[in-house]
Design a protein around this ligand. Sequence first.
Ligand code: SF4
Length: 508
Amino acid sequence: MSSSTIIPIVPVAAASDGLGCHAGQDKLLEAARAAGKSEVLAQYAADYPKGPHDQPQSMCPAFGSLRVGLRMRRTATILSGSACCVYGLTFTSHFYGARRSVGYVPFNSESLVTGKLFEDIRDAVHAQADPAKLDTIVIINLCVPTASGVPLKLLPPAINGVRIIGIDVPGFGVPTHAEAKDVLAGAMLRYARQEVMAGPVPAPRQARQDKPTITLLGEMFPADPMIIAQMIAPMGLGVGTVVPTREWRELYAALDGSVVAAIHPFYTASVREFQAAGRPIVGSAPVGIDGTHEWLGAIGQAAGVPQALIDLARNQALTSLRAVLASQPIKGRITLSGYEGSELLVARWLVECGADLRYVGSACPATPWNLADAQWLQAKGVHVQFRASLEQDLAAVHEFKPQLAIGTTPVVQAAKEARIPSLYFTNLISARPLMGAAAAGSLVQVINAAMGNQARFDAMKDFFGGVGQADEAGLWDGVPQQFPEFRKDMKRQREKQAKKRKAEEMGS
Ligand code: SF4
């Protein structure tokens, strides 16, 4: 494309200050639609149906896509968005050990309005497209460039043999960072599928297995695929690739799997690509006795395994599990919430380990792939809340007064203030093995250790009392003094000013 080509960019969002995840969603959506992004937004609305919180209540959703790109070999990831968003995303990715540079194409109102931003992105992509170093370049449009219609689809599909993948990941279209992983994984699978259909593709680095493989969908603890491999070995099946993949060629292997296990249930766009490739999808995961029994059966049936071999696999997997779970080693009331999408799987373990689980909230939506988990939990009397808002998670903690609250940072903070032991789901629960007897054993250990901390919370609360709360928070040289007269005076002044403003508004 020549640099004189007119690019359909609508500069509405850039002209206003303060637009983003904290405000102006309707305006951004309207602008994005007017700027030619209706199709992609309609697809997102269908793939990632929203709930009570349409705005991110956790980190910026684009982090999910960024993380998927940064974890792939020979892949460069470039952000196009406001500097503050890029700062936050870069910070978070390095906090989580990216060890890779994040590319950035900056813009200002002028470059956005004139379409120069798109040209800058195109130049950046051309400058980076070195096939000796890269297989793929990923460009991610954040909120403002998406709302302004920066047309990444006009980028060439490949430059010098380096694949170019442009995606829009606005906070006003993709509700969680979990689903943003799917936006990029799905886009890559679509690209890889088209390559497969167009002709021979390079073989994956690891030799193709001589038995049918199961593709696993969802980021998981490194030991989990190995444990699943042991579980399905009696059925003559092997574990293939885990999606999101770590390398481009693994995408071909993923598409080559006989069955896809949607261990994480929110990969809607990826599932669409696997279904287009004719692969059956199995939801839920081998967690707990009931879950493992059902999942092994579903996988075996989808792969056409004889019933006798399914029974063999079940017997082998369930024998060791029964020993761990028989003692029902968790005793106590728990609430659980998170935004990783694996909350219902952890919840199933907790219930089978004996916990009195009252509530599980997930920021992710209900999908066909977590339906069985939700129904199983509901049958056990657990309240399951999809698209849970922070307010709902907090209300559950207040209502059920658990002996342990597992949740997101603000939930953990609120629970600790209420002297309730708590665990951060993302770092302490979801970053652990989740499959098999060993996973149950380690989960029990961390849960029981946390619940055993009640006495320490009580001692701390008794010692500190209300010190450091509300307007006494912060660092003080001495004991904070209260000045009730001053406070009253300030209140009077504020009321007077409010009345004056109102009178002026009515008069104008
Ligand atoms: S890109 Fe992320 S941080 Fe920036 S405004 Fe959008 S949702 Fe917020």
